[in-house]
Design a protein around this ligand. Sequence first.
Ligand code: AFP
Length: 323
Amino acid sequence: MKRLNSQLQNDGAPLELILLIRTLLAGCKEISFRVSQGALAGVLGSTLSENVQGETQKKLDVISNQILKDILSESGYVKAISSEEEDDVVGCNPDGNYLVSFDPLDGSSNTEINSLIGTIFSITHAPQWMEPNDPSAFLQPGTQMVAAGYVLYGPSTMLALTTGRGTHIYTLDKTHGGFLLTHPNVKVPEQTKEFSINASNQRHWEPSMQSYINDLLAGEEGPRGKNYNMRWVAAMVGDIHRLLCRGGIFMYPYDKRDPAKPGKLRLLYEANPMAFLMEQAGGLADTGDGRILEVMPTEIHQRVPVLIGSKEEVETCLSYKSK
Ligand code: AFP
Protein backbone atom coordinates (compact mmCIF):
# COMPACT_ATOMS: atom_id res chain seq x y z
CA MET A 1 0.00 0.00 0.00
CA LYS A 2 1.17 3.48 -0.85
CA ARG A 3 2.52 5.69 1.93
CA LEU A 4 1.43 9.26 2.55
CA ASN A 5 4.76 10.70 1.44
CA SER A 6 4.70 9.07 -1.93
CA GLN A 7 1.05 10.06 -2.60
CA LEU A 8 1.82 13.68 -1.69
CA GLN A 9 4.81 13.64 -4.06
CA ASN A 10 2.58 12.10 -6.71
CA ASP A 11 0.12 14.97 -6.24
CA GLY A 12 2.93 17.49 -6.78
CA ALA A 13 2.98 18.89 -3.24
CA PRO A 14 6.11 21.00 -2.55
CA LEU A 15 8.64 19.48 -0.13
CA GLU A 16 8.08 22.06 2.61
CA LEU A 17 4.32 21.46 2.54
CA ILE A 18 4.90 17.70 2.80
CA LEU A 19 7.15 18.25 5.80
CA LEU A 20 4.59 20.53 7.43
CA ILE A 21 1.78 17.99 6.91
CA ARG A 22 3.96 15.24 8.37
CA THR A 23 4.75 17.42 11.39
CA LEU A 24 1.07 18.15 11.97
CA LEU A 25 0.27 14.44 11.68
CA ALA A 26 2.95 13.61 14.24
CA GLY A 27 0.91 15.77 16.63
CA CYS A 28 -2.29 13.96 15.60
CA LYS A 29 -0.66 10.58 16.31
CA GLU A 30 0.10 11.79 19.82
CA ILE A 31 -3.53 12.95 20.21
CA SER A 32 -4.67 9.55 18.93
CA PHE A 33 -2.61 7.86 21.63
CA ARG A 34 -3.84 10.18 24.41
CA VAL A 35 -7.46 9.72 23.29
CA SER A 36 -7.10 5.92 23.29
CA GLN A 37 -5.84 5.97 26.90
CA GLY A 38 -9.09 7.70 27.98
CA ALA A 39 -9.98 7.32 31.64
CA LEU A 40 -6.74 5.41 32.30
CA ALA A 41 -4.76 8.62 31.72
CA GLY A 42 -7.29 10.85 33.50
CA VAL A 43 -7.89 12.87 30.34
CA LEU A 44 -11.70 12.66 30.22
CA GLY A 45 -14.07 15.30 31.57
CA SER A 46 -14.21 19.08 31.53
CA THR A 47 -11.85 21.82 32.65
CA LEU A 48 -13.08 24.84 34.61
CA SER A 49 -12.40 27.15 31.65
CA GLU A 50 -14.37 28.29 28.61
CA ASN A 51 -13.04 28.96 25.11
CA VAL A 52 -13.57 32.26 23.28
CA GLN A 53 -16.95 31.01 22.03
CA GLY A 54 -18.23 30.46 25.57
CA GLU A 55 -18.04 26.65 25.40
CA THR A 56 -16.70 24.73 28.38
CA GLN A 57 -13.40 23.16 27.35
CA LYS A 58 -12.86 19.44 27.77
CA LYS A 59 -9.49 18.33 29.13
CA LEU A 60 -8.81 16.68 25.78
CA ASP A 61 -9.59 19.94 23.93
CA VAL A 62 -6.86 21.67 25.92
CA ILE A 63 -4.36 18.79 25.65
CA SER A 64 -4.88 18.40 21.88
CA ASN A 65 -4.61 22.13 21.30
CA GLN A 66 -1.33 22.28 23.24
CA ILE A 67 0.14 19.32 21.34
CA LEU A 68 -0.58 20.91 17.95
CA LYS A 69 0.44 24.39 19.05
CA ASP A 70 3.81 23.15 20.36
CA ILE A 71 4.68 20.94 17.40
CA LEU A 72 3.68 23.53 14.78
CA SER A 73 5.37 26.45 16.57
CA GLU A 74 8.61 24.54 16.86
CA SER A 75 8.57 23.25 13.27
CA GLY A 76 9.82 26.46 11.66
CA TYR A 77 7.40 26.02 8.70
CA VAL A 78 4.55 27.97 10.29
CA LYS A 79 4.23 31.73 10.64
CA ALA A 80 1.04 31.65 12.71
CA ILE A 81 -1.78 29.39 13.79
CA SER A 82 -5.43 29.97 14.56
CA SER A 83 -7.30 27.45 16.65
CA GLU A 84 -10.86 27.01 17.79
CA GLU A 85 -9.45 26.81 21.32
CA GLU A 86 -7.38 30.03 21.17
CA ASP A 87 -8.89 33.52 21.58
CA ASP A 88 -6.40 35.08 19.13
CA VAL A 89 -3.97 33.91 16.46
CA VAL A 90 -0.70 32.56 17.83
CA GLY A 91 2.47 33.87 16.17
CA CYS A 92 5.17 31.25 15.44
CA ASN A 93 8.23 31.70 13.18
CA PRO A 94 8.33 35.18 11.50
CA ASP A 95 10.02 33.51 8.50
CA GLY A 96 7.51 30.64 8.27
CA ASN A 97 5.79 30.21 4.92
CA TYR A 98 2.45 28.76 6.05
CA LEU A 99 -0.60 29.50 8.19
CA VAL A 100 -2.43 26.62 9.85
CA SER A 101 -6.00 26.73 11.21
CA PHE A 102 -7.39 23.83 13.23
CA ASP A 103 -10.08 22.45 15.46
CA PRO A 104 -7.86 20.30 17.69
CA LEU A 105 -10.65 18.01 18.86
CA ASP A 106 -13.92 18.20 16.97
CA GLY A 107 -16.89 16.58 18.69
CA SER A 108 -15.20 16.60 22.08
CA SER A 109 -18.53 16.06 23.85
CA ASN A 110 -18.22 12.51 22.45
CA THR A 111 -15.11 11.81 24.54
CA GLU A 112 -17.19 10.79 27.57
CA ILE A 113 -19.07 8.14 25.58
CA ASN A 114 -16.04 6.77 23.69
CA SER A 115 -17.51 7.83 20.37
CA LEU A 116 -16.08 9.46 17.23
CA ILE A 117 -13.89 12.58 17.51
CA GLY A 118 -11.20 14.07 15.30
CA THR A 119 -8.83 16.89 14.41
CA ILE A 120 -9.70 19.15 11.45
CA PHE A 121 -7.09 21.38 9.79
CA SER A 122 -6.37 23.65 6.86
CA ILE A 123 -3.19 25.21 5.49
CA THR A 124 -2.67 28.38 3.45
CA HIS A 125 0.39 30.35 2.36
CA ALA A 126 1.51 33.05 4.79
CA PRO A 127 1.71 36.45 3.10
CA GLN A 128 5.21 37.99 3.26
CA TRP A 129 3.86 41.31 4.63
CA MET A 130 2.21 39.71 7.60
CA GLU A 131 3.34 40.09 11.23
CA PRO A 132 3.11 36.67 12.94
CA ASN A 133 0.29 37.68 15.29
CA ASP A 134 -1.78 39.56 12.70
CA PRO A 135 -5.21 37.92 12.34
CA SER A 136 -6.01 39.60 9.02
CA ALA A 137 -3.89 37.15 7.01
CA PHE A 138 -6.28 34.37 8.10
CA LEU A 139 -9.20 36.24 6.55
CA GLN A 140 -8.82 34.62 3.13
CA PRO A 141 -11.55 32.69 1.32
CA GLY A 142 -11.30 28.90 1.42
CA THR A 143 -10.27 28.86 -2.25
CA GLN A 144 -6.80 29.90 -1.01
CA MET A 145 -6.18 26.69 0.96
CA VAL A 146 -3.25 24.61 -0.24
CA ALA A 147 -4.19 21.59 1.89
CA ALA A 148 -6.97 20.51 4.23
CA GLY A 149 -7.96 17.39 6.05
CA TYR A 150 -9.02 15.65 9.21
CA VAL A 151 -7.78 12.83 11.37
CA LEU A 152 -10.61 10.68 12.72
CA TYR A 153 -9.97 8.92 16.03
CA GLY A 154 -12.32 5.95 15.64
CA PRO A 155 -11.91 2.18 15.70
CA SER A 156 -9.11 2.95 13.23
CA THR A 157 -7.28 6.26 13.13
CA MET A 158 -7.89 7.60 9.62
CA LEU A 159 -6.73 10.63 7.69
CA ALA A 160 -8.67 12.33 4.87
CA LEU A 161 -6.45 14.77 3.01
CA THR A 162 -6.53 16.95 -0.07
CA THR A 163 -3.91 19.19 -1.63
CA GLY A 164 -6.26 20.04 -4.50
CA ARG A 165 -5.60 16.85 -6.48
CA GLY A 166 -8.48 14.71 -5.23
CA THR A 167 -9.35 13.52 -1.75
CA HIS A 168 -7.46 10.52 -0.41
CA ILE A 169 -8.12 8.54 2.76
CA TYR A 170 -5.33 6.85 4.71
CA THR A 171 -5.36 4.48 7.68
CA LEU A 172 -2.77 4.74 10.46
CA ASP A 173 -0.83 1.50 10.74
CA LYS A 174 -0.04 1.57 14.45
CA THR A 175 2.56 -1.18 14.08
CA HIS A 176 4.98 1.24 12.39
CA GLY A 177 3.24 4.63 12.76
CA GLY A 178 2.73 5.31 9.05
CA PHE A 179 -0.42 6.49 7.26
CA LEU A 180 -1.15 4.07 4.38
CA LEU A 181 -3.36 4.95 1.43
CA THR A 182 -6.43 2.73 1.84
CA HIS A 183 -9.05 4.75 -0.12
CA PRO A 184 -7.42 6.61 -3.04
CA ASN A 185 -9.29 9.35 -4.85
CA VAL A 186 -12.64 8.91 -3.13
CA LYS A 187 -15.75 9.92 -5.04
CA VAL A 188 -18.97 10.81 -3.24
CA PRO A 189 -22.06 9.33 -4.96
CA GLU A 190 -24.14 12.12 -6.53
CA GLN A 191 -27.41 10.74 -5.17
CA THR A 192 -28.24 9.52 -1.70
CA LYS A 193 -30.97 8.27 0.62
CA GLU A 194 -29.25 9.36 3.83
CA PHE A 195 -29.30 12.70 5.64
CA SER A 196 -27.77 14.18 8.80
CA ILE A 197 -29.22 17.04 10.78
CA ASN A 198 -29.85 17.79 14.44
CA ALA A 199 -33.65 17.63 14.22
CA SER A 200 -34.09 19.00 17.75
CA ASN A 201 -33.39 22.45 16.24
CA GLN A 202 -36.20 22.18 13.71
CA ARG A 203 -38.32 25.01 15.15
CA HIS A 204 -35.43 27.45 14.62
CA TRP A 205 -34.87 26.70 10.91
CA GLU A 206 -36.10 28.78 7.99
CA PRO A 207 -39.38 27.63 6.33
CA SER A 208 -37.49 26.35 3.23
CA MET A 209 -35.35 24.02 5.36
CA GLN A 210 -38.43 22.84 7.27
CA SER A 211 -40.19 21.89 4.03
CA TYR A 212 -37.09 20.18 2.59
CA ILE A 213 -36.75 17.99 5.71
CA ASN A 214 -40.52 17.33 5.80
CA ASP A 215 -40.31 16.05 2.22
CA LEU A 216 -37.42 13.72 3.13
CA LEU A 217 -39.40 12.41 6.10
CA ALA A 218 -42.46 11.81 3.92
CA GLY A 219 -40.54 8.97 2.24
CA GLU A 220 -41.89 6.99 -0.70
CA GLU A 221 -45.34 8.56 -0.42
CA GLY A 222 -43.94 12.12 -0.48
CA PRO A 223 -42.66 14.31 -3.34
CA ARG A 224 -39.15 12.75 -3.21
CA GLY A 225 -40.59 9.28 -3.86
CA LYS A 226 -38.03 7.38 -1.77
CA ASN A 227 -37.42 6.42 1.85
CA TYR A 228 -34.55 8.23 3.57
CA ASN A 229 -32.45 7.16 6.52
CA MET A 230 -31.07 9.57 9.14
CA ARG A 231 -27.71 9.55 11.00
CA TRP A 232 -26.19 12.04 13.48
CA VAL A 233 -22.77 11.54 15.11
CA ALA A 234 -22.61 14.95 16.90
CA ALA A 235 -19.07 15.30 15.55
CA MET A 236 -18.86 16.80 12.08
CA VAL A 237 -15.70 14.83 11.46
CA GLY A 238 -17.61 11.54 11.88
CA ASP A 239 -20.55 12.64 9.73
CA ILE A 240 -18.32 13.91 6.93
CA HIS A 241 -16.28 10.71 7.01
CA ARG A 242 -19.45 8.71 6.45
CA LEU A 243 -20.38 11.02 3.55
CA LEU A 244 -16.96 10.56 1.93
CA CYS A 245 -17.32 6.78 2.31
CA ARG A 246 -20.91 6.32 1.06
CA GLY A 247 -22.54 9.68 0.29
CA GLY A 248 -25.30 11.61 2.04
CA ILE A 249 -26.16 15.17 2.94
CA PHE A 250 -25.06 16.87 6.17
CA MET A 251 -26.73 20.07 7.32
CA TYR A 252 -26.18 22.58 10.07
CA PRO A 253 -28.44 25.18 8.50
CA TYR A 254 -29.14 28.85 9.18
CA ASP A 255 -30.72 29.12 12.59
CA LYS A 256 -32.69 32.19 13.67
CA ARG A 257 -31.91 31.92 17.42
CA ASP A 258 -28.99 34.36 17.50
CA PRO A 259 -28.26 36.70 14.55
CA ALA A 260 -24.59 36.82 15.63
CA LYS A 261 -24.38 33.04 15.05
CA PRO A 262 -26.04 32.28 11.69
CA GLY A 263 -24.86 28.68 12.01
CA LYS A 264 -23.09 26.58 14.61
CA LEU A 265 -20.06 25.52 12.64
CA ARG A 266 -16.88 27.53 12.35
CA LEU A 267 -15.82 28.67 8.87
CA LEU A 268 -12.05 28.38 9.33
CA TYR A 269 -11.87 25.22 11.41
CA GLU A 270 -14.82 23.14 10.18
CA ALA A 271 -16.71 24.42 7.13
CA ASN A 272 -13.77 25.36 4.88
CA PRO A 273 -11.59 22.24 5.31
CA MET A 274 -14.62 19.93 4.94
CA ALA A 275 -15.82 21.88 1.88
CA PHE A 276 -12.41 21.49 0.22
CA LEU A 277 -12.38 17.73 0.90
CA MET A 278 -15.97 17.37 -0.30
CA GLU A 279 -15.53 19.34 -3.53
CA GLN A 280 -12.35 17.39 -4.32
CA ALA A 281 -14.43 14.21 -3.92
CA GLY A 282 -17.09 15.47 -6.35
CA GLY A 283 -19.58 16.74 -3.76
CA LEU A 284 -20.93 20.22 -3.03
CA ALA A 285 -20.60 22.53 -0.03
CA ASP A 286 -22.80 25.61 0.34
CA THR A 287 -24.01 27.99 3.03
CA GLY A 288 -27.44 28.27 1.40
CA ASP A 289 -26.34 31.60 -0.06
CA GLY A 290 -23.30 30.47 -2.02
CA ARG A 291 -20.26 28.24 -2.12
CA ILE A 292 -18.60 27.89 1.30
CA LEU A 293 -15.11 28.17 -0.22
CA GLU A 294 -15.94 31.65 -1.55
CA VAL A 295 -17.04 33.14 1.76
CA MET A 296 -14.74 36.04 2.69
CA PRO A 297 -14.16 35.67 6.44
CA THR A 298 -14.62 38.74 8.60
CA GLU A 299 -13.18 37.24 11.77
CA ILE A 300 -11.30 34.08 12.65
CA HIS A 301 -14.03 32.47 14.78
CA GLN A 302 -16.83 33.23 12.31
CA ARG A 303 -19.68 30.72 12.02
CA VAL A 304 -21.59 29.83 8.87
CA PRO A 305 -24.53 27.63 7.88
CA VAL A 306 -23.38 24.38 6.21
CA LEU A 307 -25.13 22.22 3.58
CA ILE A 308 -22.66 19.65 2.29
CA GLY A 309 -22.50 16.29 0.57
CA SER A 310 -23.82 14.40 -2.46
CA LYS A 311 -24.07 16.79 -5.39
CA GLU A 312 -27.66 16.18 -6.51
CA GLU A 313 -29.04 16.13 -2.96
CA VAL A 314 -27.35 19.43 -2.04
CA GLU A 315 -28.69 20.96 -5.27
CA THR A 316 -32.20 19.75 -4.41
CA CYS A 317 -31.91 21.15 -0.89
CA LEU A 318 -30.79 24.53 -2.30
CA SER A 319 -33.68 24.56 -4.77
CA TYR A 320 -36.15 24.77 -1.83
CA LYS A 321 -34.85 28.28 -1.14
CA SER A 322 -36.35 29.57 -4.35
CA LYS A 323 -39.66 27.67 -4.05
P1 AFP B 1 -18.03 20.11 19.94
O1 AFP B 1 -16.64 20.00 19.34
O2 AFP B 1 -18.18 21.29 20.85
O3 AFP B 1 -18.51 18.84 20.54
O4 AFP B 1 -19.02 20.45 18.72
C1 AFP B 1 -19.04 19.65 17.60
C2 AFP B 1 -19.73 20.36 16.49
O5 AFP B 1 -19.18 21.62 16.28
C3 AFP B 1 -19.72 19.58 15.18
O6 AFP B 1 -18.62 18.75 15.05
C4 AFP B 1 -21.01 18.80 15.21
O7 AFP B 1 -21.52 18.50 13.94
C5 AFP B 1 -21.93 19.72 15.96
O8 AFP B 1 -21.10 20.53 16.80
C6 AFP B 1 -22.88 18.94 16.80
O9 AFP B 1 -23.73 19.83 17.44
P2 AFP B 1 -25.05 19.39 18.22
O10 AFP B 1 -24.81 19.86 19.61
O11 AFP B 1 -26.15 20.12 17.55
O12 AFP B 1 -25.21 17.90 18.12
